[in-house]
Design a protein around this ligand. Structure first.
Ligand SMILES: [Zn+2]
Length: 290
């Protein structure tokens, strides 16, 4: 390439970066991009009769389907190592499985199925709910959540990692006392500094608990109700979280050398209406119509 041509390429590249279209790292590693569908689950029961619930039977069909169709479930630790360059390759057709909230059904129903098909998953727990089956302020019954012993057993299996869905920023206002924080957003009238401190304190509380109970760091964070902002994202990243999960829908492109590509990941919500045809369309990155 002549010097003039090189200058032109550099200028075009710089313009693209300046325009925010792509990051510098992505530019260097544009050829090393891996498609990653992330599947989002919540609760499991016998019937899957709820928008965020799936039956054990269908969940098992889906896990079986992944193996039979060449997909490999991956953990966020592997993804972090891939973007940092510590892991040279991801398996063929990687897919990430995430459970939000941390219900006990993840242990009782999903875990035996994950073991049967050697599938990896991440459970993003709500720290304040662990081991509970009633709302802490009002005593009203709620779905039972995992205990620490159950989380530890799953973590020790090597198949399940534990992530954050906040310690207590995923409240349900009608059944809490005082001002409830239902997602990672400022309360009415809250200053930016107070909001930042609230996030830091909440995150540190859950991180310390996970460190104490399981001996691991929190590397992945799922936004309660999918609500995030540039500020919340900046704060969460500053606390050492390596991957953040939204409820936006679509395919993700993970790039080696580009840690940014693990933030604000899109996810497909899976429930009892997700038949295998729809399931495959999500694995292909199709956007559902509705
Ligand atoms: Zn949730």
């Amino acid at each position: 390439m002549t010097r003039r041509k090189i200058t032109l390429v550099v200028l075009i590249a710089a313009a693209a970066v300046a325009a925010g279209a792509i990051t510098a790292a992505a530019l260097i590693n544009a050829d090393v991009s891996v498609e990653l569908p992330v599947l989002m689950y919540h609760h499991l029961d016998d019937t899957g009769d709820d928008v965020v619930t799936i039956s054990g039977e269908l969940f098992e069909e889906q896990m079986k389907y992944l193996g039979e169709n060449g997909y490999t479930t991956v953990s966020f630790d592997e993804l972090v190592d891939y973007v940092s360059g510590d892991l040279k390759e991801l398996p063929e057709k990687p897919v990430a499985i995430v459970f939000d909230d941390g219900y006990e059904s993840n242990y009782k129903i999903a875990f035996p199925i994950l073991q049967k098909y050697s599938c990896k998953a991440t459970i993003c727990v709500i720290g304040s709910c662990i081991g509970k089956d009633t709302y802490k302020d009002t005593g009203v019954p709620m779905l039972p959540y995992l205990t620490w012993d159950e989380a530890k057993e799953m973590y020790d299996s090597g198949l399940v990692k534990i992530g954050s869905h906040t310690y207590d920023m995923h409240q349900y206002a009608p059944l809490e006392s005082g001002t409830a924080r239902e997602s990672v957003q400022p309360l009415p009238g809250e200053s930016e500094a107070d909001f930042a401190e609230a996030i830091r304190a909440d995150h540190n509380k859950l991180s310390a608990l996970i460190k104490e109970k399981l001996g691991c760091e929190v590397s992945v964070f799922a936004y309660p109700n999918g609500k995030y902002s540039p500020l919340s994202e900046k704060l969460i990243r500053s606390l050492g979280v390596r991957a953040t999960l939204t409820t936006r829908v679509g395919m993700n492109h993970i790039r080696r050398g580009d840690p940014e590509s693990l933030y604000l990941l899109r996810r497909y919500s899976i429930n009892e209406t997700t038949d295998l045809e729809t399931f495959q369309s999500y694995l292909d990155g199709k956007i559902p119509k509705n």
